[in-house]
Structure formats: structure tokens, C-alpha cells
Design a protein around this ligand. Structure first.
Ligand SMILES: *[C@@H]1O[C@H](CO)[C@@H](O)[C@H](O)[C@H]1NC(C)=O
Ligand SMILES: *[C@@H]1O[C@H](CO)[C@@H](O)[C@H](O)[C@H]1NC(C)=O
Ligand SMILES: *[C@@H]1O[C@H](CO)[C@@H](O)[C@H](O)[C@H]1NC(C)=O
Ligand SMILES: *[C@@H]1O[C@H](CO)[C@@H](O)[C@H](O)[C@H]1NC(C)=O
Length: 371
């Protein structure tokens, strides 16, 4: 009781600091703008500060954006000139529940913008999808990133989302998807897509990959990135790629717990285009059999190779990385003496422990906290 008056004296100070805490902040160059609308009664108009920013990141505090539905059927021509004038190139929308109809209206409006990269993160997309647009009216994105986005419409979501985008998407990253099986029959082809990144989907596995890689929908694919994607054998990925008819040059299987192909497993012909293979941080105790016969780059960093691979165990490769394997590091715990240490080189141990979170994910998280 004695303390109460002193606390009361503090109150005005607390209130002032709360009021002055603007949800949006823009840097001095008007380049990056970051908004976090966590207040129960958020000051949405604060977002106007972002109007001339190039990179904008908006967090919705986990709330439902249903209140914006009433604006969703405004004719976009009414604000086309304003949207055309935006400098916006990269946009992140995070942490909210969004009706699918609003997603459609939002992409239609962005069709007038020069947006190149869109990230959707920690979103729950609710309700049925809007009717498909008569023509592709959305933005001409080069990169689309989805992280932890769930869709009420299930496996049709990529088909619906893709209908809004003008052709030309080059990079598609989908992490923490639930689920990651697409309705392939309705999916339009991605004629320009060069990078498909399904990292950080630890329950994907070879089986899920076969369902996600819709056959003949990714004709231009050059890089397939599957870090921390529950992959068990390189051979299983080879088979999934053969079924899908994809012919990448670069395949990244790092940060999966890989094991040797079981004897008697079906063999597989690797795409002749494949010249770079990443098998780092994969817990390998020996080089898997059945790798492509010839590669330019093979990354075997930070595995558990206890002796130098013999030439006949390796593909013909001009750029081979074996750093961070026990046979190169006399300091590494000798796992023959102490199997619990399992022969992980100390320099690799930190990253090996972070197998649940791949490099890309960690980097994006850092980028996410740019203010
Ligand atoms: C947004 O604000 C909330 C509450 O202050 C905080 O917990 C959250 O980490 C913030 N989000 C970001 C991305 O900064
Ligand atoms: C995924 O997004 C949901 C909101 O849709 C959120 O509640 C949850 O915390 C997010 N999960 C992670 C791992 O960030
Ligand atoms: C292989 O993957 C690791 C970890 O995911 C990454 O640090 C490394 O740069 C990659 N190597 C190549 C050659 O792409
Ligand atoms: C080996 O490949 C890596 C990844 O592509 C590259 O960064 C490095 O420069 C290459 N090294 C040589 C000697 O070609």
C-alpha cells in the first residue's frame, strides 16, 4: 500500500511512452519500413509512413484482418495511379489471419505495382478462395517466399495463388508448409522458375517430394534446394526427379540425415545436367553409392567420414570439399573409442546441432529483424 502512490506517479510516464511507440518505423533514407501492429487497437494509419519505402515489412500481431474485407471489392482502377507511383520492390506480410478473398484483392491491387519479391510468413489463410481472375492481374514477381502459411483450401492453394501472378516467377521458396502436396492436375506450368526451394519441411521426405514436384510443371528448373527436408537417401531424390522430369544443375541435400542406399534399392539415372551436389552436414559415415559419375562441385563438408574416401568411391569431381570430417581433424573425438561423440568435428558441431533450422532459414530470420 505504501508503494501505490509512487507507482501512480509513474503511470503518466508509462502512458506517454506507450503512445509515442509508433507501430511503424522508416529509416533515414526512406528505404526500409517496418511495422509491428501488436496493439489491441492498432494505429493502422501509421503505415502511410511506408509509402515511399522500397522494402516494407508488416507484422499483424497475429490478428484477423477481416475488417479490411469491406474495402476488398473496391475497383482497383480507383487507386491504380497511387499504386503505380510506389517505389515498393520487396514486401513481407507476417503474423495474421487473412481471408483468402482479401489475399486475392491484395494481389490484384499489387498488379499495378513494381513489386519483385513477396514474402508471406506465419499466416493463416481462411475461407474459400475468390473466383479465379479472368486474366492474370497480380504482380510480376520474380521471387515468392512462403514460410509457415496454412490454407483453408488445402492442396489447391498453390494453383489459386499462382493464378494471380503474371508469368515470370524465377524463385519459389516454401518452408514449414502444412501440407506440401499440390493438386498437380490444375497447377499451371512455371515456365521461368529456376529455383525451387523446399527447405525446412522436415516431414517432406522422398515420398512427399514426389507429390510436391508436379511432373512437367517446372521445365526451367536449375536449382532444387532441399535442406532439412526429411530426405533419407540421394537415390530417393534421383527417383523423384526422374518421375517429375526435372533436370537441375544444382541439388542441395545438406542438413538432412542421409544414410546409405539400401542394397537392392532401385537404381536411378541422374539428370545429365546435374553438376553440383551438396551433401554437407548430412551425418554421412561413408560416401553414398550411386552418385552421378561426374560433377563439377561436390560438398561433403561436416560429415562423419572417418577415413579419406578412395578414388573409386567418389564421382569424378573438380571441386571437392571434405573439410570438417573427422579424418582431417586429429582433434576430433575418436568415435571408435567413444561412440557417443559420434565423430563430429568441433567446428561443425554447432551447425550440426542446428539441423532443425537450415542456413537459409537462419539467414532469413536475421534479415527479418532488420530494425
Ligand atoms: C512485434 O511486437 C511484439 C510485442 O512487442 C513482439 O513480441 C514481437 O517479437 C514483435 N515482432 C517483430 C517481428 O519484431
Ligand atoms: C506459424 O504460424 C502460426 C499462425 O498462423 C503461428 O501461430 C505459429 O506460432 C507459427 N509457427 C512458427 C513455428 O513460427
Ligand atoms: C552446402 O550447404 C551448406 C549448408 O547448408 C552451405 O553452407 C554451403 O555453402 C553449401 N555449399 C555449396 C557448394 O553450395
Ligand atoms: C568450388 O565451388 C564453390 C561453390 O560453387 C565455389 O565457391 C568455389 O569458388 C569453387 N572453388 C574452386 C577452386 O573452383
Amino acid at each position: 500500500m505504501v508503494r501505490a502512490p509512487r507507482l501512480l506517479l509513474l503511470l503518466p510516464v508509462l502512458c506517454v511512452s506507450e503512445i509515442s511507440l509508433e507501430p511503424c518505423e522508416v529509416d533515414d533514407d526512406d528505404f526500409r519500413c517496418f511495422c509491428n501492429f501488436t496493439d489491441p487497437q492498432p494505429e493502422w494509419s501509421s503505415a502511410f509512413q511506408c509509402i515511399s519505402a522500397v522494402e516494407v515489412e508488416i507484422h499483424g500481431g497475429g490478428r484477423s484482418l477481416e475488417q479490411f474485407l469491406k474495402g476488398a471489392d473496391t475497383d482497383p482502377k480507383e487507386y491504380a495511379d497511387m499504386v503505380k507511383a510506389l517505389r515498393l520492390r520487396r514486401l513481407t506480410v507476417a503474423s495474421a489471419q487473412v481471408p483468402a478473398v482479401l489475399v486475392g484483392a491484395f494481389l490484384r491491387a499489387l498488379g499495378y505495382s513494381r513489386l519483385k519479391e513477396l514474402t508471406l510468413q506465419d499466416l493463416e489463410v481462411t475461407g474459400a478462395a475468390p473466383p479465379p481472375p479472368l486474366e492474370t492481374t497480380g504482380p510480376a514477381l520474380s521471387t515468392l517466399i512462403l514460410r509457415n502459411v496454412s490454407w483453408a483450401t488445402g492442396g489447391a492453394w498453390l494453383t489459386e495463388l499462382h493464378q494471380w501472378l503474371k508469368p515470370g516467377l524465377k524463385v519459389l521458396r516454401i518452408a514449414q508448409a502444412h501440407p506440401l502436396a499440390f493438386s498437380c492436375a490444375q497447377l499451371r506450368t512455371f515456365p521461368a522458375l529456376t529455383t525451387l526451394d523446399l527447405s525446412d519441411n522436415p516431414r517432406l521426405g522422398e515420398h512427399g517430394l514426389t507429390a510436391a514436384l508436379c511432373p512437367h510443371k517446372f521445365p526451367a528448373l536449375r536449382a532444387l534446394v532441399l535442406r532439412n527436408a526429411g530426405i533419407e537417401t540421394p537415390n530417393g531424390v534421383c527417383l523423384a526427379m526422374a518421375v517429375a522430369g526435372v533436370q537441375p544443375q544444382h541439388l542441395d541435400l545438406s542438413r538432412n540425415s542421409l544414410r546409405a542406399t539400401a542394397p537392392g534399392a532401385p537404381g536411378c539415372v541422374w539428370p545429365s545436367t546435374l553438376n553440383s551436389l551438396n551433401l554437407s552436414f548430412a551425418g554421412l559415415e561413408q560416401v553414398p553409392k550411386g552418385l552421378p559419375a561426374r560433377l563439377s562441385v561436390l560438398d561433403l563438408r561436416c560429415n562423419r567420414l572417418n577415413r579419406e574416401p578412395r578414388p573409386e568411391e567418389l564421382p569424378k569431381v573438380s571441386n571437392l570439399t571434405l573439410d570438417g570430417n573427422p579424418f582431417l581433424d586429429p582433434e576430433a573425438p575418436n568415435y571408435q573409442e567413444d561412440p557417443t561423440k559420434s565423430g563430429v568435428v568441433p567446428a561443425c558441431a554447432h551447425s550440426a546441432l542446428a539441423v532443425g533450422m537450415s542456413g537459409t532459414f537462419a539467414v532469413l530470420q536475421r534479415v527479418g529483424g532488420f530494425v
